[in-house]
Design a protein around this ligand. Sequence first.
Ligand SMILES: [Fe+2]
Length: 287
Amino acid sequence: MTQLNENVTLTQAANVQLLDQVIAAYARTDNERWNTLIESLLRHLHGFANEVELRPEEWWTAIDFLTRTGQACIGPRQEFILLSDALGLSSAIDNLNNVTMAGATESAVTGPFYAPHSPYIEHGGSIALAGEGETALIRGRVLDTEGTPIAGAELDIWHTSPNQLYAVQDHSQPEMNFRGKLRTREDGSYAFQTIKPIAYPVPVDGPVGQLLNKAGRHPMRPAHIHFIVSAEGYRSVTTQLFTRGDEFNDSDAVFGVKGSLLIDYQRNTDRSLAVDWLLDHDFVLAR
Ligand SMILES: [Fe+2]
């Protein structure tokens, strides 16, 4: 054995022993789930460093990146959720934890721009408080997997303004712009008006923007509306409806698009409705 090979073997043996020590130091609580999580995390972290033979300057670059990601989390801005989204981790966790029951609406990631406490609106009311664009009436029913309408189901809705920003990102908008909740009527129906959403970029002025740039990825999300649909006795679903034909559906910056969530707006030809577009869509909840 050459001196170099012997040194590499000694280093590997030292790191195997080191990892055993570290795992033993952390994964010995009386909480089994914690022990499982921390042991696996340590094995993957150490395994990564060993596999790529991580250099000090690369480790420091990673520390600096994570430090700046934390520093970018100010007020409602959540750069870590955005990082998780942009790495596809949020969608992976969504897939793991939202096994779609046959016939039920599929889930999609929540994203970093959800805000609780949106105001309730009337059936047919508008969530557009400010902003210019093509108007849309979105309507349908919330059903169970047998097709029975669910009365009193709640829809919590949010999407970007036509200026490509959510109200939580943009203090020039009314706080509740393009946000609202409504409940289905006795026949399970819901309806609200808004401005048809357009594609928008995720924030690129922070570390995640630099990451996307480094990878040569664009920051765009295809046009979509976020929903959380819930009803007593049913599994609630956090999801998004994506406009079919959007140029970014195949390259969503956060890997959120699912085929079953592509929807078609129709040009409104009903003169009794003062909107440009109609979208008819039913949500289906499983028990
Ligand atoms: Fe979004």
